[in-house]
Design a protein. Structure first.
Length: 242
């Protein structure tokens, strides 16, 4: 299936998040700061902020931490500005890797990622080196057993571009980035809870990797997932069942 690597990458990332909840507070604080900065500090009128707060509560982030992050985003509290930066590079075997970071210090983040890529057989590249291989999309992933007809109906009525179901019954919905918040709100109102809900980079085509490269690539993905500044990671590597 063409989307096989997407499922593998998503499940890999979700597993890493579940296994390291305590490390997520820094990442989620930055997500809250950026969301509040872009859309205001009221979650009722800022769906991105509402989602970031929900994600923070899901990993038991203290209420005080959440409130401080919101105030930093709205400018009520001081602190270094947090910005979104997209880093591009090559993993082992030359596969493409895209990383979305939220950082308050580019001069720290870039060298750290460069070292990380090199350590795992890859190379951090220049802006534009692999981005042409990806499309920015809103992405939702629903667990197997979710009512497929209900998901499809809500998705198509609210601007989704595509709905796919894999052999195990997991449902993936994609949409234009600008429509992500509206579709997220529609799923919420329909009481449909996706396991993954984000705007990310999805590979247009995938590249099969052998067992040796797969192991190196997984190590790189795990290292990137653990970095405090990295929010999402995408690759065009196709991990085979073997």
């Amino acid at each position: 299936m063409a989307g096989h690597s997407k499922w593998a990458n998503i499940q890999h990332r979700k597993g890493r998040v579940d296994a390291a909840r305590g490390k997520q507070w820094s990442k989620l604080s930055k997500a809250i700061i950026v969301a509040a900065k872009g859309g205001g500090g009221d979650p009722a009128g800022n769906i991105r902020l509402r989602k970031a707060i929900d994600d923070a509560k899901a990993v038991s982030m203290p209420k005080d931490n959440i409130e401080r992050a919101i105030k930093r985003g709205t400018g009520e509290l001081g602190g270094d500005a947090v910005e979104e930066v997209l880093y591009e590079g090559y993993g082992p075997g030359g596969v493409a890797v895209m990383c979305l970071a939220l950082t308050d210090n580019r001069n720290r983040t870039a060298p750290e990622l460069r070292t990380m890529f090199g350590k795992h057989g890859g190379e951090l590249g220049k802006t534009g080196c692999v981005s042409y291989l990806f499309e920015r999309k809103g992405l939702f992933l629903f667990a197997a057993g979710t009512d497929e007809d209900h998901v499809t109906e809500v998705a198509l009525e609210n601007g989704a571009e595509d709905v796919e179901t894999d052999d195990e019954g997991q449902i993936q919905v994609t949409c234009a980035p600008d429509n992500h918040d509206a579709l997220s709100d529609a799923f919420e109102k329909a009481e449909l809870q996706p396991e993954v809900n984000e705007v990310t980079q999805i590979a247009s085509t995938n590249v099969d990797v052998d067992k040796t490269v797969s192991g190196q690539m997984m190590s790189l993905l795990e290292a990137l997932d653990d970095h405090d500044d990295i929010q999402t990671v995408s690759t065009n590597a196709n991990f085979t069942d073997e």
